[in-house]
Design a protein around this ligand. Structure first.
Ligand code: PEP
Ligand code: MN
Length: 360
C-alpha cells in the first residue's frame, strides 16, 4: 500500500503554513567568502533556510564537482552568525554522516539520486533513527512511481518530516525550459498525498533567471507550499548554474515581493486543481501537434523534390488503423480516435499541398 506516515515539517521560528516558505542560497558553496556574503544578505532580508550544494552531481566530468566537506565548516558559520537553518544535498551515506556532523538542519535528495533506488535506500539506511526534515526532488525522468518510491524509502526509515521538490524533468528536446515542468506530475503527487508538502525549484526548471518569477507564481497558483531558489552574491561568477541564479536583492525585488498569493476557497480547490491539469495537458497536446505539423511540412518538401504525390493512400490507411488500435488500448472509442486522426491528417495534407503549389 502506498501510504505515508507524515508529520508537518515544522522548524522553530518558521511559519511553514504561510505560503511560500522559502529556501534560498547558491547552487554551490564555492568559497567561505561567497557563502557568508550570500548568507548574510539573505538573512538580512528575512530568509530562514539557507541552501548550498557541497557535493555537486555534474552531468560531465571536469566541471566543478563541489567543494566537499570543507564547505560544511562554512555552513556551520552561516548558522552561528545568521541564525538561519542550513540545508544541502546528499547522495551517499557518507554525505549524510558528514552533513549531520556539521549540524546541517535539512537535507535534500537530488534528482539524479532519486532516480536510483539503491542510492536512495543507502541514504534512508544512513538516516535511520534521525529526526530531521528531508526533501526529495523528483527523478530526472517523469516517473511518478519512482518519485513516490523514494519518498516511501525515506519514510520507512522512520523519518516523518518529509516534503518533495518539483524541479522539472529532463528531455532530449530542449525547449524554453531547462527541465520541462510537466505540472500534471507534481499535481498528481499532491492529489495522492495531500499532506506531503510540495516545494517548487524554479531555478532548475527554468535554467534562466528571468523564468524564476513566472514559474514561482505558477507554483503559488497551483498551491505549492514552498520555493527553493538559487541565489548568489555574484551570480555571473558562479562556478555552477550561473545563468539561473539571482542576487539576494533581486530575489526579493524581482521574485518574492511580486508574488501574488491567492487562497482559493476550500470547496473549489479540487476542481481548480483538475482544471489546471487540463490546461497544462492541452498546452502539451498543442505543442506536440505543432511539432507533428512541422515534420509533416518537411515531408512535403521531400515529396516535392522527389516528384511524389501528397496523398499516399496505403500510408494513410495504415496510419488510421494503427492509431485506432492505440486509441482502443487507451480506452478511447474508435470513432473518436478516427476523428482526431482525420482532422490532423487533413491539416497535414493542406500544408503539403501548399508546398506543392508554392513555385518559388
Ligand atoms: C541543485 O539543487 O543544485 C541540484 C543539483 O538540483 P537537481 O538535483 O534538481 O539537478
Ligand atoms: Mn544548481
Amino acid at each position: 500500500m502506498e501510504t505515508l506516515d507524515l508529520e508537518p515539517i515544522q522548524m522553530k521560528g518558521i511559519d511553514m503554513g504561510k505560503r511560500p516558505f522559502v529556501i534560498a542560497g547558491p547552487c554551490s558553496a564555492e568559497t567561505e567568502e561567497q557563502v557568508l556574503n550570500t548568507a548574510h544578505q539573505l538573512a538580512e532580508r528575512g530568509i530562514k533556510i539557507f541552501r548550498a550544494g557541497i557535493w555537486k552531481p555534474r552531468t560531465k566530468p571536469g566541471s566543478f564537482e563541489g567543494i566537499g566537506s570543507e564547505g560544511l565548516k562554512w555552513m556551520k558559520r552561516v548558522k552561528e552568525e545568521t541564525g538561519m537553518y542550513t540545508s544541502t544535498e546528499v547522495a551517499t551515506a557518507q554525505h549524510v554522516y558528514e552533513a549531520l556532523k556539521y549540524g546541517i538542519d535539512l537535507l535534500w535528495i537530488g534528482a539524479r539520486t532519486t532516480a536510483n533506488p539503491f542510492a536512495v535506500q543507502e541514504i534512508a539506511d544512513a538516516l535511520k533513527g534521525v529526526d530531521m526534515p528531508v526533501l526529495i526532488k523528483n527523478p530526472v525522468n517523469p516517473d511518478l512511481d519512482l518519485w513516490i518510491g523514494a519518498v516511501m524509502r525515506i519514510n520507512r526509515a522512520g523519518l516523518k518530516r518529509i516534503g518533495v521538490i518539483h524541479r522539472g524533468f529532463s528531455t532530449f528536446d530542449k525547449k524554453i525550459y531547462r527541465n520541462q515542468p510537466m505540472w500534471q506530475i507534481p499535481m498528481e503527487m499532491k492529489r495522492r498525498f495531500p499532506n506531503l508538502p510540495i516545494v517548487c525549484d524554479p531555478s532548475h526548471i527554468g535554467g534562466r533567471r528571468d523564468l524564476i518569477y513566472p514559474l514561482s507564481q505558477q507554483a503559488m497558483d497551483l498551491r505549492f507550499d514552498g520555493l527553493i531558489i538559487e541565489s548568489h552574491c555574484s551570480p555571473d561568477d558562479a562556478w555552477s548554474d550561473a545563468s539561473q541564479q539571482v542576487t539576494p536583492e533581486l530575489l526579493f525585488t524581482n521574485v518574492l515581493d511580486k508574488l501574488i498569493i491567492r487562497d482559493m476557497n476550500q470547496t473549489t480547490e479540487s476542481l481548480e486543481d483538475l482544471r489546471k491539469q487540463i490546461d497544462e495537458i492541452d498546452n502539451q497536446l498543442f505543442e506536440i501537434i505543432a511539432k507533428r505539423m512541422r515534420i509533416s511540412k518537411e515531408i512535403g518538401t521531400y515529396k516535392k523534390e522527389h516528384n511524389m504525390t501528397v496523398l499516399q493512400t496505403a500510408r494513410y490507411e495504415d496510419i488510421i488503423n494503427k492509431r485506432v488500435a492505440i486509441g482502443e488500448r487507451l480506452n478511447m472509442s474508435a470513432n473518436f480516435t478516427k476523428a482526431i486522426v482525420e482532422a490532423i491528417h487533413e491539416e497535414s495534407v493542406r500544408i503539403q499541398m501548399d508546398i506543392m503549389n508554392n513555385h518559388d
